[in-house]
Design a protein around this ligand. Structure first.
Ligand code: SF4
Ligand code: SF4
Length: 382
């Protein structure tokens, strides 16, 4: 569909949404921004960035701002399963709230165990009421892996001792859209790591409704809010990769936009943490960076208002947005290549980097080898 047609469809959808009553009487998003010293100009800059992140033309920027103003029209139910709450905490515990985290505050959260005032019977009642009242309209976000099958009893929630899997299934049944937030909910995460004593599963194995995976340990707030805004814009599933991750966020490899990539291509590696190479900002591949095997937008979007990200801070990517990363990407500070595959001269990719040099260690070679390594390992596991 051409852009003008998409533009008018989105505009029409936003205008219809704006006619809906607010789920809760709140301050407006503009008041909230002002309260936190964020100017309209900053807000529009943010909207332009979000538009680009969702791979839309810049003409959509005013619509993005309008969509952010309408997030309070969508009720959200957020369930916690077996997890550390890190995904919620990463959004909530910021000392200087970002526009993304303010928008999360502005969303009409109908149920979220970490932030709601109610507890016990009252909390359970609120959840049941929200599911009934907003049937077919609410967004469901689930954090955490879910003990499944005969192990469902490993996770019970609330005063009725309802199993986590039952909670997730019931809430999924009437949801308008379902997001698995974080790697645990998307792929099982650390709970599902070998030997997976609670038979933890991803949300997609608990419900047969479509689930959009937003992995990361934790996922960036931009990827969480971007998904909400994408849903407000289009009301449909985004284009997804084979692991049901939105391509706009997980369609690129960490390695491809990494600022240390020039050093990788030049064969300049940190050999151990703290050495001269580390001081010069060389590539972290030999100290375990899994960026060549990992699809996520951290190298482009970064964290903490775009200030930094793990590789900039000096540690390699550990592959946290990939399925089974606890089992397949470790040890986190050793290169996968040495263990998993040999290259042309059967001396491992690191040997190749040193001895053969730049010409042979091309993007393609590493890409193919990376995929081969991961696939071979997964096959071994299956
Ligand atoms: S291996 Fe890691 S540090 Fe090196 S260029 Fe790739 S992503 Fe960046
Ligand atoms: S850099 Fe890698 S390990 Fe770190 S958050 Fe991004 S995908 Fe996860």
């Amino acid at each position: 569909m051409e852009n003008t047609k998409i533009f008018s469809n989105v505009k029409e959808r936003l205008d219809t949404l704006s006619q809906l009553p607010k789920v809760k009487e709140n301050r407006s998003i503009n008041e909230l921004m002002q309260e936190h010293g964020i100017s309209r100009r900053d807000f529009m800059k943010w909207a332009a960035g979000m538009t680009a992140m969702l791979s839309l033309p810049s003409a959509f920027t005013p619509l993005m701002a309008q969509a952010a103003e309408l997030v309070d029209r969508l009720p959200v139910i957020w369930l916690h399963m077996a997890e550390c709450t890190g995904c919620s905490e990463s959004l909530l515990r910021t000392d200087a709230p970002t526009i993304d985290s303010l928008i999360f505050d502005y969303i009409s959260l109908e149920y979220h165990e970490t932030v709601m005032a109610a507890s016990g019977w009252q909390a359970e009642h609120n959840l049941e009421e929200a599911i009934k009242k907003y049937k077919g309209r609410y967004i469901l976000m689930v954090e955490g892996g879910i003990p499944a099958g005969s192990s469902e009893f490993y996770l019970t929630v609330g005063p009725h001792g309802k199993k986590g899997a039952e909670h997730a299934r019931d809430a999924a049944a009437s949801a308008a859209a379902i997001f698995a937030i974080g790697t645990c909910s998307s792929f099982g995460g650390v709970q599902a790591a070998h030997p997976n004593p609670t038979n933890a599963k991803p949300l997609s194995k608990i419900t047969d409704k479509p689930v959009i995976n937003v992995p990361g340990c934790p996922p960036s707030e931009k990827n969480i809010i971007g998904n909400v805004l994408h849903y407000i814009f289009f009301g449909t599933l985004p284009s997804l990769d084979v692991y049901n991750r939105p391509k706009w966020a997980y369609g690129i490899r960490i390695h491809d936009l990494c600022e240390r990539r020039g050093h990788f291509d030049a064969g300049e590696f940190v050999q151990q943490f703290g050495d001269e190479g580390a001081k010069k900002g060389y590539c972290l591949y030999k100290v375990g960076c899994k960026g060549p095997y990992t699809f996520n937008n951290c190298s482009r979007e970064r964290f903490n208002q775009h200030t930094s990200w793990p590789i900039q801070a000096g540690h390699g990517c550990i592959g946290c947005s990939e399925p089974d990363f606890w089992d397949t990407m470790g040890p986190f500070e050793e290169p996968l290549a040495e263990r998993r595959y040999n290259t042309l001269y059967s001396i491992g990719a690191d040997g190749t980097a040193d001895k053969v040099g730049v010409a042979l260690l091309t993007v393609t070679a590493v890409g193919i080898a990376a995929h081969a390594a991961i696939m071979a390992f997964k096959k071994d596991k299956a």
